[in-house]
Design a protein around this ligand. Sequence first.
Ligand code: NAD
Ligand code: LMR
Length: 352
Amino acid sequence: DKMVKVCVLGAFGGIGQPLSLLLKINPHIDELSLYDLNDCHGISKDLSHINTKSTTSGFDKNTLKDALQGSNIVVIPAGMARKEGMTRDDLFKVNANIIKTLCLHIGQTCSENVKVLIISNPVNCLVPVAIETFRKLGKLHPENIMGITTLDIVRAETFLREHLRELNNDDIDPLDHDVISVVGGHSGTTIVPIIPDKNIIKLLGSSRYKQLVHRIQFGGDEVIKAKKSSGSATLSMAYAASEFISTILLSMTHGTGIRSKEQKYRYLPAYVYLPGLKNGAQLKRHLKQVAHLDVNYFAVPLKFKNGSISELDPTILTKLSQEEIELLRAAMEPLQINIKKGEKFVQNTAKM
Ligand code: NAD
Ligand code: LMR
């Protein structure tokens, strides 16, 4: 069997540490590489005593190249996190520089088949930063670059479950095949929950449905507030990233990359560059037609082959309620602004 190496950039941080723990116990990983500006030798030593088969190595700010060398997957939670009163956009300047620099090193060090998974915020802008950086390097592979939005899906499932419990409905399990999913971007009104079975929207009723949508869109704020200025979501994010990475690893070991619960298959969305992907043009046309939404980046369910995106799966967007169409419409302007900001940031850098 092929050896799988996963590298975490920002492994010392609030997300980085629990994510590294979850990756250490993932049976599909052989080698775990932990890098941060803070020296990661300590957390690597600590994790290395866990009796799972993978090996771990820690790196510091002088050894990024060694950390990256031979990686199949690079996951990036490096960068500043929000505190109360900040928007994700406030993180742009600092984190765009970090993502650009890290992507340059990835491009120079890793094979062109490396998967680059971005957690750092603002995801809506930083995936375009990554795409444009790889384009400039002449090594653009959109099928390998993704912004992780899984936390929005995890929240959607959790919050929907709470509502269904209150309604004493235990026939519907939100973890079943596509009961709820989330498309669009990863901030405020760009986050668009989709419920394929419109009867569930009816069952919730208008006020509950509105509450649910709002809570999914602003779930990040809820955590920041509860943490009282110490930071944003870290543990739930680590779980979400680990779930997403598992689907990619599954596709490397068998088949298409699925998240399964009792044999029910589903495809997790991520925020990707549509023009570079199979079904991307089709999806763009569809969004334009139904919601006058015209964007090049969008989170949508993905199918994988050998760890790379093989195609987009726009099935959940074929049937939309009027409310969902309006949510999609509202997402366009902020998304377009975010995307342009990311693209410009790289295009305005004369030389790299
Ligand atoms: P944190 O401050 O706890 O950790 C960030 C880590 O990044 C620190 O250890 C820091 O040393 C490291 N770092 C900074 N610059 C670096 C560089 N150039 N190379 C390597 N490491 C570097 O923050 P956190 O709570 O772990 O959050 C990290 C990022 O993830 C934030 O931008 C946050 O907004 C984002 N986030 C995204 C989602 C999502 O759904 N995609 C969810 C939660 C948080
Ligand atoms: C989240 O959704 O929790 C993250 O994007 C962190 C944040 O800043 O809200």
